[in-house]
Unconditional design. Structure first.
Length: 419
């Protein structure tokens, strides 16, 4: 592939070079001189999940040197294309039907379709210097074909690989691939990295941790200072105290916990922003039933999937994160901090790498309704405290989770492997 835009190629070259300049390996000099590699990014989902939002800026950054191969079609394709990224869709309904938290042995049933996909992906991969697989399905389909394509494989891990979410067979396959078919693993948090290292049973298994970076500029919402006008624009009550929970509707994201807490906070309102992205429609219906049963339906705003998260977050008084299981990273937490809102989050997984309790946010025990009620009440009753956490949160988020640093670290990882 030839870079279509020389300026962008130069930027990428520079980023790879900057990244590599920080890594003391015997190959660093050689990589510095080389042209950046061409990359085939593979992603399993056409939906807009966190792993896809993590890939988007990286793929945009590498647009002149790579392509994204999507294993399902959907709005993610449109986002990539409007960001100038070249996209190929290679969907197979048999494989798309395998959900990470549903059919535990579905991988076996879908085996013939998987084998076909592996071969077809390997053919495409041969045209690139390197294959970058985003999450598990992409790993399986991209890395199994390594014997055929012979390209180095970089795997970006977004999950905590444990029995909470994955079947034994899936974990065994992922373990085998991690040990035999992957050249480099990047994890979205220390928590995700540690779970993988435990899975491999090799304490020295190398994993590079690169936290997601969030574009601070996107959080400069023009009408954020005029909260009433902003709320009117979004169709939200102007005077209510609003807590916002941003995330796809899924039992482990804990929207039901937030509803239970709301019932014990008279007058407070809750905005649930997000959709049942991966088929959790029954859970969505349950949430509506739960809101009715608790008598809080008039204080809950189901916003659906929001395209403009910075504006919605800026309209809130606090942001709550309620995952009942360890969150691998939690982009929404960093986004809440970037929007300068106090964030209450559950203390498990990658969240503890983002939030320091009482300093830049507030931590509660996962699934503990009492603690969530107490935290929401504390921040509602003490706006100065909320403001202090929000201000520090914004500074920390901008310092620790910048988009530039993310792109630099990811590009450095890609450059290292391509050497
Ligand atoms: N998001 C969005 N609109 C919504 C709800 C969420 O664009 O209505 C985005 C959110 O801004 C975040 C991503 O979806 O960037 C969710 O990522 P996160 O890491 O928090 O969770 P995941 O869904 O990946 O587990
Ligand atoms: C995954 C995780 C989420 C993380 C995102 C981006 O979807 O569930 O915690 O923030 O990937 O890395």
């Amino acid at each position: 592939m030839t870079p279509s835009d020389p300026t962008q190629a130069a930027v990428i070259g520079d980023i790879v070079a900057q990244g590599i300049a920080h890594v003391e390996t015997p190959h660093a000099e050689a990589a510095f001189e080389n042209e950046p590699p061409t990359v085939l990014f593979i992603d399993q989902s056409g939906e807009l999940g966190g792993a896809e939002f993590a890939l988007l800026p990286l793929a945009r950054h590498w647009a002149s040197r790579g392509k994204v191969l999507l294993l399902s079609d959907g709005p993610f394709r449109e986002r990539l294309e409007s960001a100038g990224v070249s996209v190929d869709v290679s969907a197979n309904a048999r494989i798309s039907g395998v959900r990470r938290d549903a059919l535990r042995f579905a991988w076996l049933g879908a085996f013939p379709a998987i084998a076909g996909q592996v071969v077809s992906i390997a053919r495409k991969a041969r045209r690139y210097d390197l294959v970058f697989v985003n999450s598990q399905k992409a790993l399986v389909l991209g890395a199994f074909g390594k014997l055929l394509h012979g390209r180095p494989v970089v795997w970006y891990l977004h999950d905590i690989l444990s029995r909470d979410h994955f079947g034994r067979v899936q974990l065994a396959i992922v373990r085998w691939l991690a040990l035999h078919a992957v050249d480099h693993v990047i994890a979205n948090s220390r928590a995700s990295a540690d779970a993988l290292v435990s899975l491999t049973l090799r304490p020295d298994y190398p994993v590079r941790v690169v936290h997601n970076g969030i574009d601070a500029a996107a959080f400069a919402v023009p009408d954020a200072q005029d909260r009433a006008a902003l709320r009117r624009r979004l169709g939200l009550p102007e005077d209510a105290w609003l807590a916002g929970l941003f995330g796809r509707l899924a039992p482990w994201k804990g929207q039901h916990v937030a509803l239970a807490a709301l019932a014990r906070l008279p007058g407070a309102h809750l905005v649930l922003a997000g959709a049942a992205l991966f088929g959790e429609h029954e859970y969505e219906r349950e949430l509506h039933r739960q809101a009715q049963a608790l008598g809080v339906a008039d204080r809950v705003h189901f916003a659906g999937f929001c395209d403009d998260v910075p504006a919605w977050m800026s309209a809130m008084d606090v942001i709550v994160h309620t995952s009942t299981e360890a969150e691998p990273f939690g982009r929404v937490i960093v986004e809440g901090m970037m929007a300068e809102r106090a964030v209450i989050a559950t203390a498990a997984g990658g969240v503890k790498e983002i939030v320091t309790h009482g300093e830049n946010g507030w931590l509660v025990e996962p699934g503990n309704i009492d603690e969530l009620v107490a935290a929401m009440a504390a921040l509602r009753d003490d706006p100065m405290l909320a403001q202090r956490l929000a201000a520090r949160g914004r500074a920390d988020a901008q310092r620790n989770f910048s988009l530039d640093a993310y792109l630099r670290q990811m590009s450095r990882a890609i450059g290292d492997v391509a050497v």
